[in-house]
Design a protein around this ligand. Structure first.
Ligand code: ADP
Ligand code: GLC
Length: 495
């Protein structure tokens, strides 16, 4: 049979406009940026034309100024520059420049306080992205909005832009990366965002007397996705719904969980240029070199005894979500577990302080770096034996997947994407890839740490565990195909 008869029928090229508040390599505070850096090229591989609109923050570099335009917003005007970067064939990034809104020290907040004009900042991002399509007469099949910052995209498509010809056949998809961030603002923002008061109702944006831009994304999109199948179920329950469970149950037939992938080029222990040595599942010698190097980088001993002790890594935003109160609950036992800890993160002052104090009190076993450091994150993933991620809730989580790829065995709580990606040592037999605990208690975390340290001492078992973990495939291709299905579904049943 000629091969051509096996080829799929040619489909006309489709296009998607993604809107998000961060994307690698231009900006990043968390996993959202990784996803917006890696999903677009995976979709482009599948033949989709992808444009990603993100703010041009302070520190965002690159891009060619295409044009400057004046956009109306809530009775005022904003001067916006469109910068474009053609990252690869079929993958363009649109950097939205408005210095008075985006040229700031941080992305969302300073000193723990949100910027008071965040509603305007991100509404403008959305408006600019949609205006770009209008001005260039670009018919996108899909507008794919991410998190509350882009939650107004589906809303504008059905209000302000409802009869704009370029969007006549566009369907919208909204992805929830984290339900805990809801974009809640006072009602009087409605007119300042060019939105009618009629949206102040239960099926609109109203949320306990205020408005939620996240709710806008959920209620007005053709399809809703979130970043793991388990989280898609969890957020429909009161325990994980943050007040949105009823709203999500109401739209359950449109809600799908698609597990994130990882950027298999950026996070590859065989080629990672951040590492002092490289390794693979079949030749793990380089991993020990990475361990010695990361111990030294943290000012810890790297002699043979230190190299034989299990090294536990943690890279995290230091916020409640990530289980830091569990760690606080066993803080003073950490040095007695027979392991060494290296920690990297920024976040709430009290958690930063907790880690600083612990490191000062136990300088031989606990070392901490407060800050954001991409290279060090790679070196911890490579050098550690275990990775600790005891989250209270976790929509997907990327670090546990990076850990698997680097043969760094994750210790996680059975929630969200952690449950979907890590198989417990005591339950999964030969398929095990990590240690998973259920109850959100310090005791359970302590038990898992002890269990992990025990198994680490059994070299034969540890080797099997590492090999199994490293053989997992979480590259984006499969997830990107699932997004394509959702896009097709959205097109088939537009609102
Ligand atoms: P979340 O998005 O909730 O923070 P994820 O696990 O999905 O959690 O993604 C976090 C991403 O941010 C990972 O790529 C992780 O390596 C990175 N990261 C978090 N904190 C730091 C830090 N302090 N320095 C470098 N990278 C960090
Ligand atoms: C959010 C979630 C995290 C997820 C990431 C990317 O920040 O907290 O679990 O991996 O988004 O989807």
């Amino acid at each position: 049979m000629p091969t051509s008869s096996l080829m799929p029928l040619p489909t006309p090229s489709r296009s998607v406009l993604m809107i998000a508040s961060e994307a690698l390599p231009f900006s990043k505070t968390g996993g959202l940026a990784d996803v917006l850096g890696a999903l677009p090229p995976a979709l482009a591989q599948l033949g989709w034309n992808v444009t990603v609109a993100v703010p041009r923050y302070r520190g965002t570099t690159g891009g060619q100024l295409l044009e400057r335009v004046t956009l109306p917003l809530g009775g005022t005007r904003a001067d916006v520059g469109f910068y474009t970067v053609d990252v690869a064939e079929r993958h363009r990034v649109l950097l939205v420049d408005e210095p008075s809104l985006f040229d700031r020290a941080q992305l969302y907040s300073e000193g723990g306080v949100d910027y008071p004009d965040n509603a305007r900042r991100f509404a403008l991002l959305v408006r600019a992205a949609l205006e770009y399509a209008v001005r260039h007469n670009h018919t996108f099949d899909i507008v794919h909005a991410h998190d509350w910052q882009a939650g107004l995209a589906p809303v504008y498509l059905r209000t302000l832009y409802a009869s704009t010809p370029v969007f006549a056949t566009t369907a919208s998809v909204f992805t929830i990366h984290n339900l805990a961030y809801q974009g809640v603002f006072e009602q009087d923002w409605l007119p300042r965002l060019d939105l009618p008061w009629s949206l102040l109702e239960q099926d609109g944006l109203e949320f306990w007397g205020r408005i939620s831009l996240l709710k806008g994304g959920i209620n007005f999109s053709s399809m809703i996705t979130t970043v793991s199948p388990r989280y898609a179920r969890e957020i429909q329950t009161a325990a994980f719904g943050f007040g949105f469970d009823g709203i999500l149950r109401h739209r359950a037939s449109r809600l799908v969980g698609i597990l994130n992938g990882i950027d298999a080029q950026q996070w590859n222990p065989e080629t990672d240029t951040f590492l002092p040595a490289r390794f693979s599942a079949s030749d793990r010698a380089g991993k020990r070199e990475c361990k010695a190097a990361v111990l030294r980088e943290y000012g810890l001993s790297s002699d043979e005894a230190a190299l034989d002790r299990p090294l536990v890594g943690m890279i995290s935003r230091m916020v409640d979500q990530k289980g830091l109160d569990l760690i606080a609950g066993i803080a003073h036992e950490l040095p007695n577990l027979g392991a060494t800890f290296v920690v990297l993160g920024t976040g709430d002052a009290r958690y930063q302080e907790m880690w600083r104090r612990l490191a000062a009190e136990h300088p031989d076993t606990i070392a901490v770096r407060i800050g954001f450091d991409e290279g060090l994150a790679h070196r911890i993933e490579a050098g550690a034996d275990l990775f600790m991620m005891p989250s209270q809730f976790e929509p997907c989580g990327l670090n546990q997947m990076y850990s698997l790829r680097y043969g760094t065995i994750p210790i996680v709580r059975r929630v969200g994407g952690l449950a979907d990606t890590v198989k417990d040592y005591d339950e999964a037999g030969a398929d095990a890839t990590g240690f998973v605990f259920d109850d959100y208690t310090p005791e359970q975390l302590r038990r898992s740490l002890r269990r992990a340290v025990d198994i680490y001492r059994d070299t034969a078992r540890w080797t099997i565990l590492q090999r199994t973990a490293m053989a997992e495939d979480h590259s984006w291709d499969r997830s990107a195909r699932e997004y394509v299905k959702i896009y097709e579904q959205a097109l088939g049943s537009r609102f």
